[in-house]
Write a protein that binds this ligand. Structure first.
Ligand code: CA
Length: 230
């Protein structure tokens, strides 16, 4: 079955390059040349992944990403940008993007990342477990659903993967690097703050008092540890 990827990008030369390379690898592609059109297409059809440029006419990539996440927390989004600022990288991931590529990038690199994300979506270890329970948390990895005290949590894909990983490794001290490698797969060298950002988001959603977390404990100078609060 062919995967369909939505490309939201306003530079025709990059669109041509992406389309060609993705189709070579057996992907189907749709293209939107501005943010509004990207949103329209996203609502019309089910895609397997979205490649989203940051600087777009009409509605920028951040706004598109945010709007998509309001509707769909799971669809993988890879952001493209000409900027190399750390701020944008962190901000993009905060808006719910799964990954980030700075222009100019090689199509090979993009395809490697797309495949990594899709592979994880398909067969991941996390999908083989049908139910995880910890304290008042109940997680159904296959359904991408997590409940706290019976209430469905609204989690982004990364938050969800982090929650599952932490829960599967409860009681273990996990370093930021280990979390980065397991959940983000490729190297964000020196960017372990991304882990802190996601942990803080997750705490906002599952902890009653984020200053005194009961589930995700900070192990000072090392990383994090998931505990059973009961
Ligand atoms: Ca652009």
């Amino acid at each position: 079955m062919n995967r369909t990827i939505l490309i939201v990008e306003d530079e025709p030369s990059i669109v041509t390059l992406l389309k060609y390379n993705l189709e070579q690898k057996g992907f189907l592609t749709d293209v939107a040349y501005n943010g509004e059109d990207g949103m329209e297409r996203f609502k019309e059809k089910e895609y397997d992944l979205i490649v989203l440029d940051l600087m777009l006419p009409k509605m920028d990539g951040m706004a598109v990403c945010k709007s998509i996440r309001k509707i769909n927390q799971q669809i993988p989004i890879i952001m493209l940008t000409a900027k190399d600022a750390e701020y944008d990288k962190i901000h993009g991931l905060e808006m719910g993007a799964d990954d980030y590529l700075t222009k100019p990038f090689s199509p090979k690199e993009l395809i490697a990342r797309i495949n990594a994300i899709l592979r994880r979506t398909d067969e991941t270890g996390i999908k083989q477990t049908s139910k995880l329970e910890l304290g008042k948390l109940v997680i159904y990895p296959q359904k991408f659903e997590a409940f706290l005290k019976g209430e469905l949590l609204e989690l982004t894909r990364k938050e969800f993967e982090l929650l599952v990983y932490l829960t599967q490794h409860k009681g273990e001290i996990l370093s930021r690097e280990q979390l980065l490698n397991s959940i983000w797969e490729f190297d964000f060298v020196g960017d372990s703050r991304i882990v802190d950002v996601q942990v803080s988001h997750l705490r906002d959603k599952i902890e009653e008092d984020t200053k005194k977390p009961l589930y995700i404990k900070t192990v000072r100078g090392f990383g994090y540890k998931m505990e059973d609060p009961t």
